[in-house]
Write a protein of this length. Structure first.
Length: 210
């Protein structure tokens, strides 16, 4: 798609609100901010609904480290699609917000990895876990459709849950190592999913840094 016809996304997102969200991430490990209007949500959910998803492995790891998952995913994001434009728009928005913070908690992010995830209603979308620490600075989850209960927790048992409201249309930002500190790497979980939930997950992969 040429630039002239590229859809404009995130028109209603405000950089200052995203900067305030990043401050909340420094304090609370994760926070969400509304970024999508009705038109964005419709265009993105329509494109995401056309992707071909694979079921996530129901269980990853054994014993104490077991993580249980109940969702569908794909990394096949068509080149030039509205979903790819969306990745670029979210990356630009987050980096514009980071530039408003002094000192900035991390360098500019590059979202090397994009995953589309689809959850049907369930009582456990994904049990407590940490994302691999090769993913640095920030993980960004864009909720294109649906609703679910996201929590930051203290451990794999899910102790001390802190609910992070992230309704449809919001961008949930969660810290990874390198965001202000090397030793902050939060456990998190998605519990109840109330209605079909479509998200894009964006991650900065340090193995692909120059
Ligand atoms: O869907 C969510 O809200 C969380 C997903 C997640 O933590 C992951 O895929 O690593
Ligand atoms: Fe995760």
């Amino acid at each position: 798609m040429s630039e002239a016809t590229a859809p404009s996304l995130l028109r209603t997102a405000r950089i200052d609100d995203v900067a305030a969200c990043l401050r909340a991430v420094e304090r609370d490990d994760a926070a969400a901010v509304p970024v999508l209007d009705e038109r964005d949500k419709a265009a993105l959910a329509e494109a995401a609904a056309k992707l071909t998803y694979k079921r996530a492995k129901p269980q990853v790891n054994e014993g104490e480290k077991a993580v249980y998952q109940d969702f569908w995913l794909t990394r096949d994001i068509p080149a030039g699609s509205v979903l790819e434009h969306c990745r670029d728009a979210v990356e630009a928005l987050v980096n514009a917000a980071l530039r408003r913070l002094d000192p900035a908690p991390c360098p500019p992010v590059t979202f090397h990895e994009t995953v589309a995830q689809w959850y049907e209603p369930t009582t456990c979308g994904i049990s407590p876990h940490r994302d691999p620490k090769t993913f640095r600075y920030l993980v960004a989850l864009l909720v294109m459709r649906g609703d679910g209960d996201f929590y930051i927790v203290d451990d794999r048992r899910g102790s001390n849950p802190r609910h992070i409201p992230a309704p449809e249309g919001s961008l949930l930002l969660m810290r990874q190592p390198g965001f202000g500190a090397e030793d902050r790497h939060p456990f998190h979980t998605l519990r109840t999913v109330y209605s079909d939930r479509l998200i894009l997950t964006f991650r900065h992969d340090s193995r692909r840094d120059a």
